[in-house]
Ligand binder design. Structure first.
Ligand SMILES: *[C@@H]1O[C@H](CO)[C@@H](O)[C@H](O)[C@H]1NC(C)=O
Length: 235
């Protein structure tokens, strides 16, 4: 093994450990200068170190999705959202805050727009999927999708965090396979829909699925189909 090769290994180990503070959180440098909306700062704490700040966030998984850390003052902000490209930028060099995000796991509860969602990759028929969601603590129900924003969110959850590309149960049912279908939890007719062009199609297919392999369009399927489910509950 040449000296150059050993040097390259050492250099790459050093550079990756500089960015990855724990195996559950990583730095997103491009958001260092973003201004976090005050309503999304859950708490500001004096901490011993960056990993102390990360540990506090990891103990509060329901409410802490990211942190900002200010090394000179040893200050830690617990943030309830993940920043995105739309937040306002500060003047470069004005603050010294560094931004880190929790690496979300598929089986975490994921928060979006006042609701919590959890995808379970075990495949079940529709009745078993409903029972599974009802058995969770806090209790939940199979996801009901009321807007395009929520449909896009489900696609992100399935593909970005869970790597699921298949049919996924949603809480839609119709005994006659005519439109409109009904959301079983709320009892409301589905106003927002995202049916695939040829769906719903078949009289025997009384249940609805979301297809993460087809851009988040919906299908009518037989209720005995085995598919993963997304459970939803209010916060
Ligand atoms: C759904 O799955 C459960 C558990 O495997 C089974 O007991 C039940 O008969 C199935 N129901 C239908 C309608 O297929």
């Amino acid at each position: 093994m040449s000296a150059t090769f050993i040097f390259l290994i050492t250099a790459s180990l050093y550079s990756s450990s500089a960015e990855l503070i724990t195996d559950s959180m990583s730095r997103l440098q491009k958001y260092d200068l973003k201004i976090v909306p005050p309503a999304n700062i859950q708490a500001t704490k004096n901490v011993r170190s960056l990993s102390h700040c990360a540990a506090i966030c990891n103990r509060n998984k329901q409410s802490c999705l990211s942190i900002q850390y200010q090394a000179e003052a040893s200050l830690c902000r617990l943030v309830s959202v993940r920043l995105n490209d739309e937040e306002v930028l500060e003047e470069p060099g004005s603050s010294g805050w560094k931004y880190y995000e929790r690496n979300m796991e598929c089986f975490d509860w994921h928060i979006f727009n006042g609701h919590a969602y959890q995808l379970d990759i075990t495949t079940r028929n529709f009745t078993s999927a409903q029972k599974f969601c009802a058995s969770l603590l806090p209790t939940s129900h199979v996801i009901e999708i009321e807007s395009n924003a929520e449909n896009n969110w489900l696609l992100e959850l399935a593909t970005r965090y869970c790597n699921v590309k298949s049919e996924i149960w949603i809480n839609l049912y119709d005994s006659f396979n005519t439109q409109p279908y009904t959301w079983l939890e709320s009892g409301q007719s589905a106003v927002y829909t995202n049916w695939a062009p040829d769906s719903p199609s078949d009289f025997e297919e009384k249940c609805g699925t979301f297809s993460s392999s087809a851009g988040g369009t919906w299908n009518d399927v037989v209720c005995e189909l085995l598919a993963p489910v997304v459970c939803e509950r209010d916060l």
